[in-house]
Design a protein around this ligand. Structure first.
Ligand code: GLN
Length: 231
């Protein structure tokens, strides 16, 4: 694996913003210390490349801006990160590996039904995220509260500091599990998650794409997908 441009040729260091359930969360019983869809996909890729996987927590904004990759903190990001033209200026993306959309989460008894109802109200968004860009355009009259992580957004909602949060649908769905919060609107932004790699490392992008294709062909991708997203 010497030609892949990994910082340590024996392992791939993959960064994700934890927790972002069901894509990445801590799990002391797992060999990497983490579990989730992104972690499983990263493990398959590491296995295919014949290297070890080290999964690391990082702040989302440092991942989406390319900072964590360019500084050598991580070889790859697997963090539910949407492929965007803007981000492509700083980082390279693998082929898409998950389709996503935006959604609005509110307390069950809220009368907010869509972004347009948030005039004069507060909405939490994640710094540097596609959701924050969407809210900037669509949440007219709302006060946007920028927080570094999904965990802090959900805490702000639980603590009644905000009236709603705008986040990727699968992650908000996870927040509805305790029955106190509801998704009242979905916005089909046509987002696709990609694994992010340092811009000049074409070799690693190609190798990762080949592994993604391989796990799709073998049925392993579908197995992992079903283990997190099957109803
Ligand atoms: N998919 C969203 C984005 O790329 C949010 C990702 C995240 O917060 N981990 O901006």
């Amino acid at each position: 694996a010497a030609e892949l441009g990994l910082k340590d040729p024996g392992k791939i260091v993959v960064c994700g913003d934890v927790p972002f359930r069901p894509f990445e969360e801590e799990d002391p019983t797992s060999p990497t210390g983490y579990k989730g869809f992104d972690v499983d996909i990263s493990q398959e890729i590491a296995d295919g490349l014949g290297v070890e996987l080290e999964f690391k927590d990082a702040t989302f904004d440092t991942l989406q801006s390319g900072l964590a990759l360019n500084s050598g903190q991580c070889d790859m990001s697997a963090s539910g990160m949407t492929i965007t033209e803007d981000r492509k200026k700083e980082i390279a993306f693998s082929d898409g590996y998950y389709d996503s959309l935006q959604s609005l989460l509110v307390p069950k008894d809220s009368d907010v039904k869509e972004l347009g109802d948030l005039n004069g109200k507060k909405i939490a968004v994640q710094q540097g995220s596609t959701g924050s860009a969407y809210a900037e355009k669509k949440a007219e009259g709302a006060e946007l509260v920028y927080l570094p992580s999904d965990a802090e957004m959900f805490q702000a909602l639980q603590g009644n500091q905000v009236d709603a949060i705008l986040q990727d649908l699968p992650v908000n769905l996870d927040h509805t599990k305790d029955g106190e919060y509801a998704i009242v609107a979905e916005y089909d932004t046509g987002e696709e998650y990609g694994l992010a790699i340092k811009k000049d490392n074409t070799k690693l992008v190609e190798a990762v794409n080949a592994e993604l294709q391989e796990i799709r062909d073998s049925g392993r991708y579908q197995e992992i997908y079903d283990s997190y997203f099957a109803e």
